[in-house]
Design a protein around this ligand. Structure first.
Ligand SMILES: [Cu+2]
Length: 284
């Protein structure tokens, strides 16, 4: 039985970090704690001192914080954590100099970049600078885009449940969901999840779609430098995105997918509010 469902996309508004006597650093600044963010770059742009505090803010449904050893940090192994935190708002006072290693223990999140190494310099060094929220230069790495990824990760779990229920390992999300929508990355994901191979079967699994987006993020969202200089606005190169999408939206016989191939038949009954006349829209 197929019932219409929307893949909902979530957005968060995050307030800048507060400053106390020892500096308080919000991990990831305005972006917070999630995959698809360059925490190595973030950590290297700050100088952490003994007495400072780092704070992880995140949605505890999707993430946690594990402090781990260096080898486990490198291997993205959260199974033997020194400690695990899951309040959604976890603060750590940096009480000794040296390196500390944190990662998210949810499957694949560390591999998608949700890990941070904090190097704490000893007392007596120059005073720590006030942390300032640094906006991620690449909107494809913003909190909203990662939430698109989370939505699909959620869908992947839903799919795994259906694998168990139906016993069919070849089921795709497009077999169960009539409507998939989204904007920007969400739109690409939605298109990938519903693109069919010519026989009506969806081409990509949710996992393949997530993998594709995460691996091609920088190419999909390549900044058009000329427009940026001329109009002082950040614009992405449509040509670069076209190129990537043409590669992916191609069937085995070499034909490119059209809009029709990425849509599922859909019947929308509605009525005119003025005349109460019934209508039906059929999208094919
Ligand atoms: Cu996570």
């Amino acid at each position: 039985m197929v019932s219409p469902k929307h893949v909902m996309l979530m957005f968060t508004i995050i307030a800048p970090s507060a400053i106390c006597f020892g500096a308080v650093y919000r991990v990831g600044d305005a972006s917070g704690w999630h995959p698809m963010f360059n925490y190595t770059k973030w950590a290297s742009s700050n100088k952490f001192h003994v007495g400072d505090t780092i704070r992880f803010e995140y949605n505890a449904i999707f993430h946690n914080v594990k402090e781990v050893t260096e080898p486990n940090y490198r291997a993205c192994n959260g199974t033997k954590a020194i400690a695990t935190y899951f309040s959604g708002n976890d603060s750590f006072t940096l009480d000794h100099p040296g390196h500390r290693y944190f990662l998210c223990g949810f499957p694949y999140h560390c591999r998608y970049g949700q890990k941070v190494e904090i190097y704490v310099v000893g007392e007596g060094s120059s005073p720590s600078p006030s942390p300032s929220p640094v906006a991620d230069k690449n909107p494809a790495n913003s909190a909203s885009s990662s939430h698109h990824i989370f939505s699909v990760q959620f869908v992947t779990k839903y799919l795994a449940m259906n694998h168990i229920k139906t016993g069919d390992l070849n089921v795709h999300i497009g077999d169960f969901v009539d409507i998939i929508d989204g904007i920007v990355i969400g739109a690409i994901l939605a298109t990938m999840l519903s693109a069919n191979d010519g026989t009506g079967r969806p081409i990509f699994t949710a996992g393949e779609a997530v993998k594709f987006i995460t691996q091609n993020n920088s190419v999909l969202f390549k900044v058009n430098k000329l427009v940026e200089v001329l109009h002082c606005r950040k614009r992405f190169s449509g040509r670069s995105m076209d190129k990537v999408l043409q590669e992916i939206f191609r069937r085995e016989d070499g034909t490119f997918l059209t809009l029709k191939a990425t849509c599922k038949p859909l019947l929308v009954p509605f009525y005119d509010l003025k005349t109460y006349a019934p209508f039906c829209w059929i999208f094919l």
